[in-house]
Write a protein that binds this ligand. Sequence first.
Ligand SMILES: [Zn+2]
Length: 365
Amino acid sequence: MNDGAVLHIKGRVLVGPEDVRDELWVVDGRVTYDRPAGAAAADVRTVSGWVLPGLVDAHCHVGLDAHGAVDEATSEKQALTDRDTGTLLIRDAGSAADTRWIDDREDLPRIIRAGRHIARTRRYIRNYAHEIEPEVLAEYVTAEARRGDGWVKLVGDWIDRDRGDLAACWPADALRAAIAAAHAEGARVTAHCFAAESLPDLLAAGIDCVEHATGLTEELIPQFAERGVAIVPTLVNIATFPALADGGEAKFPAWSAHMRRLHERRYDTVGAANDAGVPIFVGTDAGGSLAHGLVADEVAELVKAGLTPTAALSAASWGARAWLGRDGLSEGASADLVVYASDPRADVRVLADPQLVVLRGRPVG
Ligand SMILES: [Zn+2]
């Protein structure tokens, strides 16, 4: 806190999966493990519990709803919902709204932006993306890399209405040039991919991460592991595939069948990727058709897919923060943390009920 008051958290501070300490102090908005000298007892608020670094939603959209960009009041509500469920760091996986104003708000989560989605013409949800052709892909990627916070988001596959099924959106040479352009700007690239088809070209082009990744196969998984290409499965979103398939059945039966197959093997896919050592992170895909604040549900889904509770927690906390280049609970870090009543490593369902959320040293929510 920045008003002279000191927060003292006693219990079990999960600095890392194996690094557990007994207490932590928040002084001037920062984490310290040294008891502050001269803090009068009256100025110290003591809280007990299990402490995690602020949770990470690595696939979230602030400023977006099912129809496209939303106004600032709606964006604020989305960010507050995320915050109050303990999500204090968001990797925004594409937004049509300019949410840069959120960076000036001490009470709202930190956002790492991927700019606006880049999709092939008429090959994505209406009003979301820059819809372009391959000749200008690298140019758009450069522009979004400069607008964002170190990430660029491509739509790698989508339904091809002529084919009546999912199909890759970009030729291999355009992807190579585009990903090289992003890397030249110091940005990483991720892509929305449901099917397997788009993955080999994206891998060959040097992609850094794949969203959803339901199309991962036995042949592709070792290549992802070897290259360290991360996946953000968004299983709470994949759960909507059967309903999407029902809706598209009459017009696109092959697409519907494909979506059902991807859905049926979703846990096996994520489990096999995890077994092979593919980095996996928690993302909810909130903001399109899904509600904000589902981070606890997604962690539980990853456990269902075969991650240990500690690995699933790491995918939303220690591991995710390291992957995004942000501090956890190290000495001097901004005090972005969540306190729970019991050990989340024993049962991840406790994430649904945070006792206290602290952002930039201030209790919020
Ligand atoms: Zn998304």
